[in-house]
Ligand binder design. Structure first.
Ligand SMILES: [Zn+2]
Length: 73
């Protein structure tokens, strides 16, 4: 299950919920039970790429123009 960080638009409380995306509308604020919320972080497939290092170890990182032939990819 993906985890979401939400901010209640009514009381400004930030809270986390773990649910499928389609159930996100049903998530309620633990403080005031409001469903009015703003999604402030979505961790799913969200990664900040460091251009100096990557998981595959390729020195060219994900922007490598030779990604197709690079042996480390
Ligand atoms: Zn609230």
């Amino acid at each position: 299950m993906p985890r979401y960080v939400l901010r209640c638009l009514d009381c400004k409380q930030e809270y986390e919920t773990t649910c499928s995306f389609t159930k996100l509308d049903d998530a309620v604020c633990p403080e005031c039970q409001s469903k009015q919320k703003q999604q402030i972080f979505t961790p799913v497939n969200f990664q900040i790429k460091n251009t100096n290092s990557s998981d595959c170890g390729c020195p060219h990182s994900f922007s490598c123009p030779h990604a197709q032939s690079c042996k480390t990819h």
